[in-house]
Design a protein around this ligand. Structure first.
Ligand code: GRF
Length: 207
């Protein structure tokens, strides 16, 4: 049976699209129950809706800085959609304990660097600046420390002599679109982090 996943986005949503494409295969172990954004203008919302996926936006600006209240509303939407596992895909807000604790062990993120190198923003520019020979992306479980959770999988790309931030980002993005669906499938299959709770009906409980 397919697990119901929720995908959180803030913008373009190309990783979300890669997950939606993978989930269209009947043999893939997940279905996308909800694409949820903090940004009502996120381009990915229209893409997901066009693919027939339920979408929702909960604008963080209407919560006037109350991040916990915003996340409680996001959490309620995920629970109402019957979500069992949450995938952050270009969700540009640092999470509080509300979502991190409610979804502990079943909250994944994709980050555009080979963690623990280059957590945070502007990873491609920082990789070029540092002169590294290899760069890439990481899928990891989310904990309270930003980009610090247990690593599930990584993909590597070479850094080429005349790379720009854009050319390097594009090379990494191709790998992101392969890595995220493959890693989610392995995670759901129990091949990674065998401590995924089996009592999934409790998922999303507000702590
Ligand atoms: C990706 O590079 C992802 O790794 C990072 O933010 C970017 C989002 O791109 N977290 P998209 O919205 O998935 O196209």
């Amino acid at each position: 049976m397919k697990r119901r996943i929720g995908i959180l986005i803030s913008g373009r949503g190309s990783n979300m699209e890669a997950l939606v494409r993978a989930a269209a295969d009947p043999a893939y172990p997940a279905e996308v129950a909800l694409v949820l954004s903090n940004n009502p203008d996120a381009a990915g919302l229209a893409t997901a809706a066009a693919a027939g996926i339920p979408v929702a936006a909960i604008d963080h600006r209407t919560f006037k800085g109350d991040r916990a209240a915003h996340e409680a509303a996001m959490n309620a939407a995920l629970v109402a959609a019957g979500v069992e596992v949450v995938c952050l895909a270009g969700y540009m807000r640092v999470l509080t304990s509300v979502l991190v604790e409610a979804w502990a062990g079943r909250l994944l993120n994709i980050h555009p660097s080979l963690l623990p190198a280059f957590p945070g923003l502007h990873t491609h520019a920082r990789a070029l600046e540092a002169g590294v020979a290899e760069h890439g992306c990481t899928v990891h479980l989310v904990t309270l420390g930003v980009d610090e959770g247990p690593i599930l999988a990584q993909a590597r790309v070479p850094v080429l002599p005349d790379d720009t931030e854009d050319s390097l980002a594009a090379r990494v993005l191709v790998e992101e679109h392969r890595l995220y669906p493959a890693t989610l499938a392995a995670f759901l299959g129990g091949d990674l982090h065998r401590d995924l709770p089996r009592d999934l009906p409790d998922a999303g409980r507000v702590p």
